[in-house]
Write a protein that binds this ligand. Structure first.
Ligand code: MN
Length: 740
């Protein structure tokens, strides 16, 4: 495994490269200046350890490999990062590229460093550019969500920046790939974290390697513009200096040209020429207070004409990454437009360094107010979820959760699957493919079997176990989080239930045929199909399903197939057959207004009264007489116009039925639907629709069954409700008031 290393040795072992040792001593000097109180031993140990393990390795440029981690540490020092960060920078490639294990790193450098090194190593292993993973936004989000400690991202950015700076000796193909990845992933992350300086360098390097011709063209154009305007810029700068000092506004003034990459983007986006880029020349005024920022803006506008629509107040309304400045563009001497950015020192530091600005003032030398501002800044940036007791403590153990709504899991091959927080392996399986979901019988997460309702975490590697012929379970609906999984599961369950209904329907029909002495074999297949068609079904199966769901009785069907035999059987039966199915005779009125014949009468939808219930009529405007149950809550409200009330009665017709909807609450146990349909059927009612679904409001596997049936009257309804209540597992039955 690893070689022994003598850590007490004061001069680091680095394969005998004096240049590296000298460069490392520079790092120590710079760091000591930055944090005089800090112990340098961990840095020495990390340098010795990494040098030893990278011994013999070289970069593609031919220089010793150790030069890379050392320069990464220098970049982190430029960013004023802490010791943990620098040590991580020195060690960041040891676990990835040498025989060193993460356990060794933990033993030698402690848990904080080992967690950061582990984070960087994990990010390095991600295969961003496997075919499907080209969506840069999801990769960026994933990358940020993957890390628990924001310092991992900072080390990763420093690593990328150094690689970009030293890419000259790589092949064109690799240069292009790395440049593209930098522009799509790393520069936007730096932008999001508010790190303007690193972002700018990453973008310009990316641009240079991705499109060298365009880079050259833009750079030349900027250069010639610079030469042409140098005099003007100096003149403006001097004028501003004089005016501000006259107003007693202390200011540091920088004149600058827009960077190649942002000029290029602007030219491309706005389809303009370089002369039309108003903010190509820019002056930056850095002053001491917000008040003086606005003062300086007034001074500028007093001297030169501002271009309308170009004044932006990012002090009052900071950008999402907390960038603050005042921007304006004005017409300067000789008609030369230029941009002015005005900000305080603190705003400047945050604009350049973003999140990294926080480590600088960690020592507690700043006032409480500054700390509060920094913490507020961070709070907004990372949408954090934890309570913060001590801001200083918070900064050193920074935990971030940038995308709390999402969780990023991986297939064993490294493909990223983005799921909502709380998603289960079932959601994961359906996200890969519907068939994987259907066949899922178990899951391994990071190599271990987990329950199917396990909550996935960021970075979990999920291996779905499948079995041919397996079908989804209803229980899954209780914990899946994605609509894809939910819909696919429901679809399969509906299909399965239909298959059951078909089987039941077929058996019902055979059994009833036997009971009535109908000679089943004598009935031709064509004949049965004809009957199915008469019922409005295109297939036999549909008729069987309808029988299984209890929409018709088997006897009704047999009557059509063999009317004589059924009639003969019925004649023999002692008891009269159940009443014939509902058939509304047009001549028979269901309701009538007492004493009047030709009035349109209808049942009110709100209470949907059925025969046998006490009713009252109400004359509507233009729609005839609405009939309500006397118990209907609307009646009380309507009856303030007493003259519109009218007596109504149930007409004498007996063959009509009323559609009633029931909501049945049951335990979700096998066979309960069969019992329910047969019970409803035995009470002689016709089931129009029946739909069972899990009770979402409970988590104990209860179900809700919605049934719509035709009933003749109140008495029959009471019988039905009583018999349903007697079924074991049924908890409650209620009549639904909705008639639609
Ligand atoms: Mn590296």
């Amino acid at each position: 495994m690893s070689q022994p290393v003598n850590l007490s040795e004061s001069s680091p072992s680095n394969g005998g490269d004096p240049a590296l040792t000298a460069r490392f001593e520079e790092l120590l000097t710079r760091y000591a200046k930055l944090r005089p109180a800090e112990n340098l031993t961990p840095l020495r140990e990390a340098f010795a350890f990494a040098s030893l393990h990278h011994t013999g390795q070289t970069r593609s440029s031919g220089e010793p490999y150790m030069a890379h981690p050392l320069e990464v540490a220098h970049i982190l020092c430029d960013m004023s990062m802490d010791s943990v960060c620098l040590v991580t920078g020195l060690l960041h490639d040891t676990v990835e590229d040498t025989s060193v294990t993460i356990d060794e790193v933990r033993k030698l450098f402690g848990p904080e460093v080992s967690q950061c090194v582990d984070g960087v190593t994990k990010l390095a292993k991600l295969n961003f550019y496997s075919r499907e993973e080209r969506q840069a936004e999801s990769v960026r989000k994933m990358l940020l969500a993957m890390v628990n400690d924001i310092r991992v991202v900072l080390v990763k950015l420093a690593d990328r920046l150094h690689n970009m700076r030293t890419m000259a000796s790589l092949s064109r193909e690799r240069q292009e790939r790395i440049a593209q990845e930098t522009l799509e992933i790393y520069a936007p992350i730096a932008h999001r974290l508010g790190m303007g300086k690193i972002r700018a360098e990453l973008e310009d390097l990316g641009f240079r390697y991705l499109d060298p011709a365009a880079f050259e063209e833009v750079t030349l154009a900027i250069e010639s513009k610079r030469r042409a305007t140098q005099g003007v810029l100096e003149e403006i700068r001097h004028a501003v200096e004089v005016k501000l000092s006259r107003e007693n506004i202390p200011a540091r003034i920088e004149a600058r040209l827009k960077r190649p990459f942002s000029v290029y983007q602007k030219l491309k986006r706005q389809k303009i020429s370089i002369d039309q880029v108003y903010d190509l020349l820019a002056l930056r005024i850095i002053t001491d207070s917000v008040k003086n920022c606005y003062g300086a803006l007034g001074t500028i506008h007093g001297e030169w004409t501002p271009i309308p629509g170009r004044i932006k107040d990012f002090i009052a309304i900071p950008r999402p990454n907390l960038y603050q400045s005042l921007h304006t563009s004005v017409i300067g001497p000789g008609g030369q437009a230029f941009e002015v950015q005005i900000r305080t020192e603190q705003m400047h530091r945050i604009a350049e360094e973003g999140i990294a600005a926080h480590w600088k003032y960690k020592e507690g030398s700043k006032t409480a107010q500054t700390n509060e501002q920094q913490v507020a800044w961070l709070r907004q940036l990372v949408e954090w979820q934890q309570d913060v007791r001590d801001p200083g403590e918070f900064l050193s153990t920074l935990k971030v959760d940038l995308y709390p709504e999402e969780v990023y899991a991986f297939t064993p091959r490294g493909k990223v699957i983005i799921l909502p927080r709380g998603a289960s392996p079932i959601d994961f399986a359906y996200a890969i493919h519907s068939d994987i979901g259907h066949l899922c019988v178990g899951a391994k997460v990071n190599g271990r079997i987990v329950p199917l309702k396990y909550e996935l975490k960021n970075g979990d590697v999920v291996d779905i176990l499948t079995q041919q012929g397996h079908t989804p379970s209803k229980d899954w609906l209780n914990f899946v989080k994605t609509s894809k999984a939910r819909n696919r599961i429901k679809h399969v369950i509906n299909t399965t239930e239909r298959a059951k209904a078909i089987e039941i329907g077929e058996k019902h029909l055979e059994k009833e045929a036997r009971r009535l002495g109908v000679q089943w074999k004598k009935i031709g297949k064509n004949q049965v199909e004809q009957v199915a068609q008469d019922y409005g079904f295109s297939k036999m199966e549909d008729l069987h399903a309808a029988l299984g769901y209890g929409k018709f009785s088997a006897r009704q069907v047999l009557q059509q197939l063999a009317p004589e035999q059924v009639a003969a059987a019925e004649a023999e039966e002692a008891a009269p057959a159940p009443p014939p199915p509902a058939k509304l005779d047009g001549e028979d009125l269901v309701l009538k207004v007492r004493g009047i014949d030709d009035v349109m009468v209808y049942r009110a939808k709100c209470c949907n009264p059925i025969r046998g219930e006490a009713i009252v009529g109400y004359i509507t405007r233009g729609k005839g007489v609405a009939v309500h149950s006397v118990n209907c809550s609307n009646v009380q409200n309507l009856m303030y116009e007493v003259e519109r009330k009218i007596d109504v009665e149930w007409a004498r017709a007996v063959n009509e039925t009323f559609l009633v909807k029931l909501v049945i609450h049951t335990d979700d146990r096998p066979g309960i639907l069969n019992q329910l349909t047969s019970s409803l059927f035995h009470e002689g009612s016709n089931i129009r629709t029946l739909e069972a679904q899990p009770d979402e409001s409970r988590s104990d596997g209860s179900a809700i069954v919605n049934v719509a049936l035709d009933v003749r009257d109140k008495k029959q309804l009471e019988r039905i409700v009583n018999s349903v209540r007697r079924i074991s597992g049924v908890r409650d039955v209620e009549r639904s008031s909705s008639n639609s």
